[in-house]
Design a protein around this ligand. Structure first.
Ligand SMILES: Cc1cc2nc3c(=O)[nH]c(=O)nc-3n(C[C@H](O)[C@H](O)[C@H](O)COP(=O)(O)O)c2cc1C
Length: 396
């Protein structure tokens, strides 16, 4: 039985909560929010399918604590203005079958969706495809309480944990990255300063949710950009995380900086950041999760059995087969048939996977998305509709 392998052994997180196996559905921005920051039925059905498919935990990508710096107008927004009762059915459906549903708390910073935001990051940038203003010290110092409040609301609504998003070029990843962070105050300069706000956020979040609630973090092993966060600095960050109350360190890499390499567009034949995870193992005893590039059962089993990581993060594979963990547990070691495209316009792969999540949530096949240009159009049309709803709702 495959369910005897390490991949199917439970693991207890430092907070005491147990993951029933070693597979977590990594954060994906599903763009299924209703435009006012609240969940839709399609979203509730999507997370039910992942929960029923045997995954230990699923992470909802890009849940915002403010509507001012969202990644997309389909994001959820969780703050005091949100109607918690509208979040509870989602928490319940994704928490079935002893699966945990976590919210990834984020702020897109310089990469905030321009039609609904005035993007702001650690420092002002004026590049051809990326312009933003700088957050002032008071804005930065407000962040720990904002993350903490959202985490407390997540707990109250019945979600099983949170993940702090410090990867992929969004705000906290921008603080870590010398490319985005040119500050000369206590939040810029050496890596010890660049990570400071994240450590403050973890402390505030833990104080808000208590000892028994999972708090994970997603971090970049490197930005994969010249002058961005280096592996050596990322390793120092991992060492600092060891001294915090974090429960799980999810290792990823790459950014959504315009034109840059993003993990969700990656090809390749195996896990992307395994070498870094092995280095991180040397500086922290925290449970490690590795996300990016897992394509086969053998790769997932090896990553855990070798001791390199404790948990395997699966994103695109879970969009192809929402019940992959159960399939593998029962000996059907199927390899997800990842789609191949003759032509891949920028943003096309992400658009395809996002529309694929809509298919799972609604139960309706969308034939047209096999043409990536059409997938991008559909994705953008929906964002335009949601932008109108968002602006009307949040500017009231
Ligand atoms: C449609 C889509 C949306 C994504 N949204 C997020 C997100 O909101 N937060 C995040 O941390 N990563 C996000 N990712 C990246 C994945 O979590 C993951 O890091 C990446 O896809 C590589 O893992 P994979 O090879 O298992 O797909 C997204 C990926 C896809 C395909």
């Amino acid at each position: 039985m495959q369910s005897d392998t390490e991949l199917f052994q439970p693991i207890k997180l430092p907070c005491g909560v147990v993951l029933k196996n070693r597979m977590v559905k990594s954060a994906m921005s599903d763009s299924l929010g209703d435009g006012t920051g609240h969940p839709t039925d399609a979203q509730t059905k999507l997370y039910a399918q992942w929960a029923m498919g045997g995954i230990a935990a699923s992470i909802i990508g890009e849940v915002q604590f403010t509507s001012d710096f969202a990644e997309k107008p389909g994001n959820l927004v969780l703050n005091v203005d949100a109607d918690l009762d509208r979040f509870r059915p989602l928490a319940k459906s994704g928490g079935q079958n002893e699966s945990l549903l976590w919210l990834q708390l984020g702020h897109a910073g310089a990469l905030s969706y321009a039609p609904t935001s005035s993007p702001m990051g650690p420092s002002a940038l004026d590049l051809a495809r990326l312009k933003c203003d700088a957050l002032n010290v008071a804005d930065v110092e407000a962040l720990p309480a904002q993350f903490a409040d959202a985490a407390r609301l997540a707990q109250q609504a019945g979600f099983g944990g949170v993940q702090i998003h410090a990867g992929h070029g969004f705000l906290l990843s921008q603080f870590l990255s010398p490319l985005f962070n040119h500050r000369d105050d206590q939040y810029g300069g050496a890596i010890a300063n660049r990570m400071r706000i994240i450590l403050d956020i973890i402390s505030a979040t833990r104080a808000a949710v208590g000892d028994g609630f999972p708090i994970a973090i997603k971090m970049n092993s490197s930005d994969q950009l010249e002058g961005g966060l280096s592996e050596d600095d990322a390793l120092q960050f991992a060492a600092a995380l060891d001294q915090t109350s974090i429960d799980l360190i999810d290792i990823s890499g790459g950014t959504y900086f315009p034109g840059a390499k993003a993990a969700s567009d990656g090809g390749g034949t195996g896990p992307y950041f395994l070498a870094f995870a092995k280095r991180a193992r040397g500086v922290t005893i925290k449970p490690l999760m590795l996300t990016g590039g897992f394509k086969t059962h053998a790769q997932a089993v090896d990553a855990v059995a070798s001791g390199a990581v404790d948990v395997v993060g699966l994103a695109r594979a879970m969009a192809i087969h929402p019940d992959l963990p159960d399939q593998w547990a029962t000996g059907n070691l199927l390899e997800p048939a990842f789609p191949r495209f003759a032509e891949t316009p920028e943003g096309g792969i992400t658009a395809w996977y996002t529309m694929r999540l809509t298919e799972i949530g609604t139960g309706e096949v969308i034939e047209e998305i096999s043409d990536l240009h059409r997938a991008i159009e559909m994705y953008e049309e929906r964002d335009a509709q949601r932008t109108a709803v968002w602006l009307e709702h949040f500017n009231e």
